[in-house]
Design a protein around this ligand. Structure first.
Ligand SMILES: Cc1ncc(COP(=O)(O)O)c(C=O)c1O
Length: 351
C-alpha cells in the first residue's frame, strides 16, 4: 500500500511542530477544562493570527471536532425556532448526521449554487418566504471556505454575502475547516480576510492541516453578558475536553512561525502539480481546482483497479466523479507513483 494517499487530508499524520507542543505541555499538573495557562496562550495566539489584538470581546472555545465547532458557532446564535442558511452540499448539511439539528436544536435551510457556493438569489427567495411564527426564522448564513467542491469564495463573493447578511439581519458564519488553504489561494493574510468579511463566527480547523484533535469555535464581538452561553453549550454537546491543555497546545504549534500557512501552501502546491500531471495522463478535471482537492473523472472499473493497487480516494456526488486530496505531507514522488499507475489505465480506454 502506498505510504501516502489522496483520500483526505484527515488521513495525514500530525506535524512535528504540534507533537513538540504537546510534549512541552506534558509536564506537571495544570488546571483542567481549559482553565490552564497554555489554553490562555493559545487563545491569544489565535486572536493575534486573526488580527484581533488580544481578542478582548471575542469568545473562543476549543473543541475536538469540526462538527462540534460548527454546531457550537451556530447554536450560540440560534433559539430553537431559528434557522441557518447553508449550501446544500455543505458539510453541516451532508456530513454531520443532523448534529446541527439534534444537538444544536436549529433548522438548516439548504441553498443551491454552482461550484459549492451559495446562490444569493435562492437565499433571497427563502428570505422572502419568511412569514412570522408559522415558519422558522433565519438567523445565520453559513459559508464553507474552502467549499466541499474544493472551490474558494473570492473576497468579492464573500463581501456580497456579508452585505446580504447585513440587509437581512443575519449573522455570518464561516466553516473554515480548511481556511488556511483558502488564505493561500486568495494570497491574503487572516487579518485582511477577517477585516474584509467581518464574520460573526468562524469554525477554525487545525486538524486537517496537521493537528491531531484541533478545532476552534471563534465568536467575534460576542456579547459579554452572554459569554457563558457558548461554554454551557460546549459542555452540553460533550465537546468540553478535560485535559484541555493538550488540545490548545496544538494551536501554538500550528500558528507560531506560520507553520499551518506554510503547510497549506505545500498542500495547495502539490494539488496544482497533481492537476497538471493527471491532465497529461488524459484524465478529465471536473471542477476548478483552487486549493488542495481535485475532482477527476474516472470510470468505476478504473477506480477499482487503482483501489486494488492500494490507492485510497473517494467517489464524490456523481458516479464518475472522484476526489483526490493532497495534504501537508504530500510529496512529488507520491504524485509520480500515482500517475504511473493511472497511465496504463487511461491508455487502455477505448472511448
Ligand atoms: C468543510 C468541513 N467542515 C467541517 C469538517 C469537520 O468534521 P469533523 O467533525 O469530522 O471533524 C469537515 C471534515 O471533513 C469538513 O470537510
Amino acid at each position: 500500500m502506498p505510504k501516502r494517499q489522496f483520500a483526505s487530508d484527515n488521513h495525514a499524520p500530525i506535524v512535528r511542530e504540534v507533537i513538540e507542543q504537546i510534549l512541552r505541555a506534558n509536564t506537571n499538573h495544570a488546571p483542567a477544562y481549559g482553565e490552564d495557562q497554555i489554553t490562555r496562550n493559545a487563545k491569544l495566539e489565535i486572536a493575534r493570527f486573526l488580527g484581533r489584538g488580544n481578542g478582548d470581546t471575542d469568545n473562543i472555545q476549543f473543541v475536538p471536532t469540526g462538527t462540534g465547532a460548527n454546531v457550537l458557532c451556530l447554536s450560540s446564535f440560534c433559539q430553537t425556532w431559528e434557522a441557518v442558511l447553508c449550501h446544500e452540499l455543505s458539510h453541516m448539511n451532508t456530513d454531520e448526521c443532523a448534529a446541527p439539528e439534534l444537538t444544536g436544536h436549529l433548522k438548516l435551510l439548504p441553498l443551491t449554487g454552482d461550484f459549492g457556493k451559495i446562490d444569493l438569489n435562492h437565499a433571497a427567495s427563502i428570505m422572502n418566504r419568511v412569514h412570522g411564527i408559522h415558519g422558522v426564522k433565519p438567523t445565520v448564513i453559513s459559508v464553507t471556505q474552502v467549499t466541499e467542491l474544493g472551490t474558494v469564495y473570492s473576497l468579492e463573493e464573500l463581501a456580497a454575502i456579508r452585505d446580504f447578511a447585513d440587509e437581512h439581519n443575519l449573522k455570518l458564519h464561516i466553516d473554515g475547516a480548511r481556511l488556511f488553504n483558502a488564505l493561500i489561494t486568495l494570497g491574503i493574510d487572516a487579518p485582511t480576510f477577517i477585516k474584509h468579511i467581518r464574520p460573526d463566527a468562524l469554525s477554525l480547523g487545525g486538524t486537517k492541516i496537521g493537528g491531531m484533535i484541533c478545532e476552534a469555535a471563534y465568536l467575534f464581538d460576542y456579547p459579554q453578558e452572554n459569554e457563558l452561553i457558548p461554554e454551557y453549550l460546549r459542555k452540553q454537546m460533550a465537546q468540553l475536553v478535560s485535559k484541555g491543555r493538550f488540545i490548545s497546545a496544538q494551536w501554538l504549534g500550528l500558528l507560531r512561525d506560520d507553520v499551518a500557512l506554510r503547510y497549506a501552501a505545500k498542500a495547495n502546491a502539490m494539488a496544482e502539480l497533481l492537476e497538471n500531471k493527471i491532465a497529461e495522463a488524459d484524465v478529465r478535471i471536473l471542477q476548478k481546482r483552487e486549493a488542495n482537492s481535485l475532482f477527476v473523472e474516472l470510470w468505476p472499473d478504473e477506480a477499482e483497479t487503482l483501489l486494488e493497487k492500494g490507492w485510497l480516494f473517494y467517489n464524490f456526488l456523481e458516479p464518475r466523479q472522484y476526489r483526490l486530496m493532497t495534504s501537508w505531507d504530500t510529496e512529488e514522488s507520491d504524485i509520480d507513483e500515482f500517475i504511473e499507475d493511472i497511465k496504463p489505465i487511461t491508455a487502455a480506454r477505448t472511448i
